[in-house]
Design a protein. Structure first.
Length: 133
């Protein structure tokens, strides 16, 4: 499955970004969200706002983990196992929920473990193939 890079609104340099749509579900609730593919992120994250949309009522009911971004800013996150689909393929992933400060999620290397991922910068697209162990 392939996804084109997209130009984020307000971006003046016209650089496109590898952001893909995924379906997430928890407790029977489903939602679609755009997520940045971030090879520098160790784990995957969603905004704490999506926790309530998915029906995760007690987000802080798990162990807290502090995430430090490239800028040195820290965010406290709480991990919950969430089902997801991308391109018709389903799987599960532990997502950290916290105050991300952006309108999309982050898919890190724990998410990458489910797939073989090719970033094609020349063609401005990303391709996923299922990883078979």
């Amino acid at each position: 499955m392939q996804f084109p890079y997209i130009l984020l609104p307000g971006r003046t340099d016209k650089v496109k970004t590898p952001i893909v749509p995924i379906g997430v579900s928890f407790g029977g609730r489903k939602y679609q969200i755009m997520c940045l593919l971030d090879s520098g992120a160790d784990r995957s994250y969603l905004s704490e706002d999506f926790a309530s949309v998915l029906g995760i009522e007690e987000v802080e009911n798990t162990e807290a983990l502090t995430m430090t971004g490239i800028t040195g800013d820290t965010i406290t996150t709480y991990f919950h196992k969430v089902s997801f689909t991308i391109g018709g393929h389903s799987n599960e992933e532990w997502f950290g929920f916290g105050k991300l400060g952006m309108p999309f999620g982050i898919l890190g290397r724990t998410f990458f473990a489910h797939y073989i991922i090719c970033f094609d910068e020349r063609r401005q697209r990303v391709e996923f193939k299922e990883s078979r162990s």
